[in-house]
Design a protein around this ligand. Structure first.
Ligand SMILES: Nc1ncnc2c1ncn2[C@@H]1O[C@H](COP(=O)(O)OP(=O)(O)OP(=O)(O)O)[C@@H](O)[C@H]1O
Length: 795
């Protein structure tokens, strides 16, 4: 096994060896010793000599009492909080102010308890020894004793920075950085980097260790869930994590360079550092699909942050469920920036004039004439209000009723005072024939109705989408009542923005009901999570949360409110967003504080990005900054050699990230004589792989057209659980069958790619899909094919 220190982390003074030796049963693989791209590489160490082992064991013993003390402090704080919370939950009544105070205490204590409960695993993972003889311990949260003496420094605090940033060239005041590995509150290993050997106490030199903690993290079997990397953040990642809050930060990096994980740690860092600001406005993380969000959803809670909203593009409009998939050409048209004008024109087209001449209305046996000029005047006034359609509708209705009331007075030949006129207007407003005309001329519209009617009507489309070709317009056709697609959601959002809220009591009641259900569910989840030792009646908690806007968590409120603007927005796999999706996401980030994470070389969506400038210049011209991540932590170098050939076929100018380690196992290519045998051969390959897989995860990546066939065949043939990406347990099974699109952002110990030539041919971005597919494994890659392999995989 080799670790290459290719950039973020450099070889440092002292030996660098694998502390895992202590528990590893087999010695690590001797490195191949190649040094690509001039990257320094770290050699796996020979087995420890007895004195080194003894010194190491002494260091483990030395740390245990302190770690035990930290856990005791954690437990003490937890039991104090639990007791106080149980008391607060039982209290009733009091003045309005005292009830309010009590609620505030409850909310604060619940949040604290959640945080304390989330940091148990690996509470402390580092220690810094400074020249002035003081020592700091670094961990998942800050802890102090009752005398305010600092016991543990939060990893996000400025005092923890040397843990991630110190280098041999620039160690600052640091004498030694120690990684501490714990399991179940026991110290397992320590891993030291010494910056000043002379300043080390006698005997301390024996514990010198290198990249063991990183190596241990990288080679661990995958669980189907992303883990935090708080103990092993690398310097180039740390710079991104601690980059200032303001403006748009783009993080460009190849597969496996830690973009996702760094972005999530950045969310935790920003919440910690700017709690005042972000605590009330919240952080939104946008990911490519639900499976991916499920894959990452443990990372922030494990860092003690629960208040972040995770959403796909298709979920960003509350109340709309994007259940359909559009073909690529349809998604391209719907995602095109020109659609903004189409939606705007569609709204304008619903503000109509009387094209067929005057209409006669019979109100209370009085004949009233509504003439075209009156409607035109009302429309002009309403449009001048420069308000959303449904809000401006009030002006239109008022103008029209004024006109009709005057008309009625004229017909009756009476001179009426203001009160009489107001009464007539009220009567007119309740008159069905008047309401019908108003609805025809300026209807109250929901986004769903606007787009549903637009896409179902070639004539409405022809008027609103004149800039689109006839072929493009025909791609927008949709049956009334059909399911919405992900590509429809940004259009619905665009429409919602232009339409505004409807003054409709039924709609208001529906939203209130939706909110209430969410509150009750929240209360239930809360009690489940807290697992209070003293029983508390869930209905009391539900009651407590019901109705009180201010008592709901920010994430809850934000999740239910389409117009919520977040303090910071993180967009992952950002290369996949269409221009229309960007418009929607930008609305959620009104202050333009964003982290945009992606890889232009992995753009799979036909409507996705070709350059970050194309994406961002229209929204934040000249006001975005870019950082790069260059080291691949996921994929071994043997697999990346093959991936590099695929990348070169996409564009020879694109750079392959340098793998930080190698396994000595080249990708395996398995030819099959007939495509009829493809699935059985895949099953045989997986069966052979299972012993090495252990408790890890294996993905079968297939062309979309083969999903059902391969899933069905494997589910029958394999002795282990097989799932597919569309189900909620997708990442829990040992074997998951996915399309490449569904595997975006995910990783697995072993990946079996089925029929690469078909993947390549399946879409205009087939080569990109192939690149994404082969960069998913952390250990082994197998290619099974009946059709000839694409040349880029054979050379
Ligand atoms: N500093 C680190 N310490 C330990 N593990 C790390 C570190 N950096 C990245 N990793 C691991 O490397 C893997 C890849 O990270 P991540 O998924 O964030 O990469 P990515 O750049 O988003 O990849 P892709 O573009 O392919 O989606 C993850 O398992 C992550 O935990």
């Amino acid at each position: 096994m080799t670790i290459r220190s290719a950039g973020p982390k450099r070889l440092r003074k002292g030996n660098l060896i694998d502390a895992e030796n202590r528990r590893a049963e087999t010695p690590p693989r001797v490195p191949s010793g190649d040094s690509r791209d001039g990257a320094e590489h770290l050699k796996a160490a020979p087995a420890q000599t007895p004195p080194a082992r003894a010194a190491h064991d002494d260091a483990v013993d030395e740390e245990q009492p302190y770690i035990t003390r930290l856990y005791e402090r954690l437990d003490e704080l937890k039991s104090r909080l639990t007791a106080r919370l149980a008391t607060l939950y039982r209290e009733h009544g009091g003045t309005h102010a005292s009830v309010w105070d009590r609620e505030a205490f409850v909310a604060r204590d619940v949040e604290r308890l959640e945080r304390l409960g989330s940091v148990d695993r690996g509470l402390c993972f580092g220690r810094l020894d400074f020249h002035d003889a003081h020592t700091s311990y670094i961990g998942r949260m800050g802890l102090a004793d009752d005398d305010y003496e600092q016991l543990l420094v939060d990893w996000r605090a400025p005092a923890a920075e040397p843990f991630y940033r110190a280098t041999a060239a620039d160690p600052g005041d640091l004498v030694r950085r120690r990684h501490i590995q714990t399991r179940l509150r026991k110290v397992l290993a320590v891993d030291d980097e010494v910056f000043d050997l002379d300043a080390m106490p006698a005997g301390g030199q024996g514990t010198l260790r290198g990249e063991a903690a990183l190596l241990a993290a990288l080679t661990e079997a995958r669980t189907g869930r992303m883990s935090d990397i708080v103990a092993t953040i690398q310097a180039e990642q740390d710079r991104i994590i601690r980059s200032p809050l303001g403006g748009v930060l783009v993080v460009q990096g190849g597969p496996g360079t830690g973009k996702t994980v760094a972005a999530l740690h950045r969310a935790a860092y920003l919440l910690y550092t700017h709690r005042d600001r972000l605590g009330s406005s919240g952080v939104l993380v946008v990911g490519p699909n639900r499976t991916f969000l499920h894959y990452i959803d443990q990372v922030l809670p494990s860092l003690g942050e629960t208040g972040v909203v995770l959403s796909t593009v298709g979920e960003l409009v509350p109340g709309v469920e994007a259940a359909a998939d559009d073909p690529a050409d349809v998604a391209v048209v719907k995602g095109d920036a020109r659609m903004a004008e189409v939606v705007a024109a569609a709204v304008r087209d619903r503000q109509r004039l009387l094209t067929g001449g005057a209409v006669e209305l019979k109100v209370d046996r009085v004949e009233l004439t509504l003439a075209p000029p009156a409607v035109r005047a009302a429309r002009t006034r309403a449009r001048r209000a420069r308000k959303p359609h449904n809000v401006a509708r009030r002006v239109f209705v008022r103008e029209l009723l004024n006109h009709l009331a005057d008309e009625q007075a004229r017909v009756l030949g009476e001179s009426l005072d203001d009160d009489d006129l107001a009464e007539i207007r009220a009567d007119l407003a309740g008159e069905p024939s008047v309401a019908a005309v108003v609805d025809e001329l300026w209807p109250a519209l929901t986004p769903e109705r606007l787009l549903g009617e637009l896409f179902a009507s070639p004539s409405l489309l022809a008027t609103a989408a004149g800039d689109l070709t006839a072929a493009e317009r025909s791609l927008l056709a949709r049956e009334p009542g059909a399911a919405w697609s992900t590509a429809d959601v940004p259009l619905l959002d665009e429409a919602a923005e232009l339409l505004g809220e409807i003054d409709d009591p039924d709609e208001a009641a529906r939203l209130a009901r939706q909110r209430e259900e969410a509150e009750i569910q929240y209360a239930r989840d809360l009690l489940d999570e807290l697992a209070l030792e003293i029983p508390v009646d869930p209905s009391l908690v539900a009651e407590r949360y019901r109705g009180g806007e201010a008592r709901r968590s920010v994430a809850e409120r934000a999740g239910l409110d389409r117009s919520w603007t977040f303090g910071h927005v993180i967009v992952d796999e950002a290369q996949e967003l269409s221009p229309m999706a960007w418009r929607m996401v930008m609305r959620r980030a009104a202050a333009r504080s964003m982290t945009v994470v992606g890889d232009i070389a992995q753009t799979g969506a036909a409507a996705g990005a070709r350059s970050w400038a194309d994406v961002l210049e229209p929204h934040v011209p000249g006001r975005w900054r870019q950082e790069a991540l260059t080291v691949n932590y996921r994929t071994p170098s043997e697999v990346m050699d093959l991936a590099g050939r695929v990348l070169a076929a996409i564009d020879p100018a694109l750079e392959v990230p340098t793998s930080v380690r190698s396994t000595g196992e080249a990708p395996r290519v398995v030819p099959v004589w007939s495509s009829l045998d493809l699935v059985s051969q895949v099953a045989a390959e997986i069966t052979a792989e299972l012993p090495a897989l252990g408790a890890g995860r294996l993905a079968v990546l297939v062309p979309a057209g083969r999903l059902d066939e391969v899933f069905g065949g494997l589910a029958d043939a394999l002795p282990v659980a097989v799932s597919r990406a569309s189900t909620t347990d997708a990442l829990d099974a040992a074997v998951t069958v996915l399309t490449v699109g569904q595997a975006k952002g995910l990783e697995f110990d072993t990946v079996v790619v089925v029929e690469p030539a078909e993947l390549l041919a399946e879409s205009v971005r087939g080569a990109t899909d192939l690149y994404v597919a082969v960069t998913r494994p952390t250990q082994r890659l197998v290619l099974v094919h009946a059709e000839p392999l694409p040349p880029m995989l054979t050379s």
